[in-house]
Each structure stands twice: as structure tokens, then as C-alpha cells.
Design a protein around this ligand. Structure first.
Ligand code: SF4
Ligand code: SF4
Length: 364
């Protein structure tokens, strides 16, 4: 169990602000942006100290909005503060997820020198990507993203793509995969675009669990045909590994959603960022004593909900992979522990398909 002593922080130094205005996102471009919205350097120090204080290995995940808007000097300071913890024996890694439009050779130099892993959001070829990922004036971001990826690749710090699967591309798994392979992009994650909390007006672009399962099943079959060990599709790798007795797990198959917390620019700590910023999941602040956060009653209630759900799920044949799945998928407004039947039905269909294909290869 997590006691926030082994938690992974997803840090939003400029909260949800972004230079893009993607159709499925709950942020609204740069409206209201100023450097005052950025996490202060005092809070940054408190964040790093809070999470390094009582764990030996820490992964910092820098997120947004667009995290590069926090500016280079912000990350230079972060690395400087981390250095003092490294000297005390902490093993620290930094992951940053960016839309890549603001990448410059200077950023690349910094990331290379400091061993950052950089993931990029790209929703497939231009004709899909530009329909959903654009600037506030409507101009598509595809050309700028590809330029950014080119710079990251030259620096050998490109850590793959997260491709949003939405109403514009879910019917085109083959075209989408072929595009990435044609660009020699082989580290991929396909993420279902679903409603995000208060973002009520995006239902036209989101897809259902069934549509996502259909997409992923086709991707799995194509992946088998491609038969190239360098092609890493994160979700598929987890499921295959677990079926074959391994232990490679994405967060959605960990059953430990309480281990992922989001830290906003004011230092407030909330549950995983896939939930909206709701009072139910406010666990405290990095400015508090860790022991106060650890004993936060809302954190305890959240953990109890997860545990109740795990009990419910243990009867499922696929529990050994799924562990209850993504809490965001499986809880109706966080006040029910009953899995959502449509989510389970389709997860099970996906697991059954992969397991069946693996069996047909006599691997299990
Ligand atoms: S498929 Fe559904 S019932 Fe089975 S473990 Fe996952 S969430 Fe639970
Ligand atoms: S709620 Fe979903 S996205 Fe968040 S940590 Fe849990 S599984 Fe991962």
C-alpha cells in the first residue's frame, strides 16, 4: 500500500495551461497565462524535498498543460535541487510529456545533459492529428510537433509517443500504426480519449470502451504480423508480459491508483490527474508535513474504495492482469465500487483475444 512514501508525483508546474488548444482538452490555450501562474521556486523545492524525503527511488513526471511553458530556468533549478538528494543516495529519474512544439536545441542540450526522458503527444498522421491538436487560432500543430521530434531524436532522448485515440482516428488502426512505423517511431502508447471530469462539452470526440477495445485488438494483430521486437506498444507489452508470467505493468494494471498523485503549481496534492481536480481527492500540500498528508482522511477513503473494489474484482478471471483497472474508468463519480460493465466487458474481450492468440502460438 502507498503511504505517500512510494508515490509517483505528476507535477503540473503551470497547471493546465498550454500553447495549444486541443479539441478534447479541458484547458483553453494560454488564456490567463503569465509567469505568475508558474510554480514558485520555493514550492518547487518543497515538492522535491517532499517526495525525496522518504523514498530511495523517485520518478518525477513533469506534465501540463504544456510543461515547457515553465521555462528552462525552472527545470535547471529542479535539477539543482535534485542534485543534493542524489548526493544523499537517492535514485532520481525525470520524465516529461510535451506537445513538442516548443522544443529548441537549447532544451535538447539541457535534457541530454540531465538524462530526461521525453515523451511526445502525437495523434497519428497530419490528417488525424491536425483535426484535434491545434493552436487557439485553429492552425494544426503537426509540422511543429514533427520538427520537435526531429530535434529530440537527434539528441537520442525521444522516449516515444502517446497517441490519443478519439473519434477522428479510432476507425483507422492500420493507417495509424503504419504511419508511426513509416516514421520509424516504435515506442507507442495508445490512450483512449474519454471525458475528463468537468470537461462536459467534449463528448463528440471521445470514444467508448468498445471502440477502444476494437482499436487495440486490431493493433495487437498488426503488431504480431509486424513481428519486430523493437516495436513497443506499452499496453500490449504489459498484457502479454502478464499472460506469460512476467510483471511489466502500466499504471492501469497496477491496481494502485493511490500511488500516483498530481501536484499543482501551488503545491497542492490531488489524486491522479485523470480525475478532475475534485475536493474528494485533495490530499494536502507539499508544504505540509508528510505525516499529515499520509494520514489525510480523504486519502484513506480513496484507499478504502480501491480495496473494496479489489475484493469485488478478485472473482474475475482477468484479475491477475487487470487488478481492477483504471480507477477513473471503473468508478462512477468515485462513490461506487462496482465496476462499470461496459468497461469490464471490453477489457475482458481484449484480454481474451490476446490470450487466445498467444495460446495459438503454444507459448502458454
Ligand atoms: S475486468 Fe473488470 S471485473 Fe475484471 S479485474 Fe478488471 S475491472 Fe475487475
Ligand atoms: S486512475 Fe487510471 S490513469 Fe490514474 S493512476 Fe489509476 S490507472 Fe493510472
Amino acid at each position: 500500500m502507498c503511504h505517500l512514501s512510494v508515490a509517483t508525483p505528476i507535477i503540473k508546474p503551470i497547471n493546465g495551461l498550454c500553447n495549444l488548444s486541443c479539441s478534447y482538452c479541458y484547458t483553453s490555450g494560454l488564456k490567463g497565462y503569465s509567469s505568475k501562474n508558474r510554480m514558485s521556486l520555493e514550492t518547487l523545492k518543497a515538492v522535491i524535498d517532499f517526495f525525496c524525503n522518504n523514498q530511495d527511488e523517485i520518478e518525477f513526471i513533469w506534465h501540463g498543460g504544456e510543461p515547457l511553458l515553465a521555462g528552462l530556468e525552472f527545470y535547471q533549478e529542479a535539477v539543482r535541487i535534485q542534485q543534493s538528494w542524489k548526493k544523499r543516495g537517492r535514485k532520481i529519474s525525470n520524465f516529461l510529456q510535451t506537445n513538442a512544439t516548443l522544443i529548441t536545441p537549447e532544451w535538447v542540450r539541457f535534457f541530454v545533459e540531465n538524462d530526461f526522458f521525453i515523451g511526445v503527444s502525437l495523434d497519428g498522421p497530419r490528417k488525424f492529428h491536425d483535426q484535434v491538436r491545434f493552436y487557439p487560432n485553429g492552425r494544426g500543430s503537426y509540422d511543429d510537433v514533427m520538427r520537435g521530434i526531429g530535434l529530440l531524436r537527434r539528441g537520442e532522448i525521444f522516449n516515444g509517443i502517446i497517441c490519443g485515440i478519439s473519434a477522428v482516428n479510432y476507425e483507422f488502426p492500420e493507417e495509424t500504426l503504419n504511419f508511426f512505423l513509416g516514421e520509424n517511431i516504435k515506442k507507442l502508447k495508445f490512450a483512449r480519449i474519454k471525458n475528463i471530469g468537468h470537461c462536459d462539452n467534449v463528448s463528440g470526440i471521445t470514444i467508448s470502451p468498445a471502440q477502444y477495445a476494437d482499436f487495440m485488438i486490431t493493433i495487437f494483430d498488426l503488431w504480431l504480423e509486424v513481428d519486430d521486437p523493437a516495436v513497443e506498444i506499452r499496453d500490449i507489452q504489459s498484457v502479454v508480459s502478464l499472460i506469460l508470467g512476467g510483471n511489466k505493468r502500466e499504471c492501469i494494471y497496477m491496481g494502485q491508483c493511490d500511488q500516483f498523485v498530481t501536484v499543482y503549481s501551488d503545491g497542492s496534492i490531488y489524486g491522479c490527474g485523470s480525475f478532475s481536480k475534485t475536493d474528494n481527492l485533495y490530499f494536502g500540500s507539499v508544504l505540509d508535513e508528510p505525516s499529515i498528508v499520509r494520514s489525510n482522511s480523504r486519502l484513506q477513503i480513496f484507499r478504502d474504495l480501491l480495496e473494496k473494489r479489489r475484493k469485488f474484482c478478485r472473482a474475475c478471471d482477468w484479475y491477475f492482469i487487470c487488478k481492477g483497472g483504471c480507477a477513473k474508468d471503473c468508478y462512477e463519480y468515485l462513490d461506487s465500487v462496482k465496476p462499470l460493465s461496459k468497461v469490464c466487458e471490453n477489457l475482458q474481450r481484449y484480454f481474451r483475444h490476446i490470450s487466445g492468440r498467444i495460446r495459438s502460438y503454444n507459448l502458454i
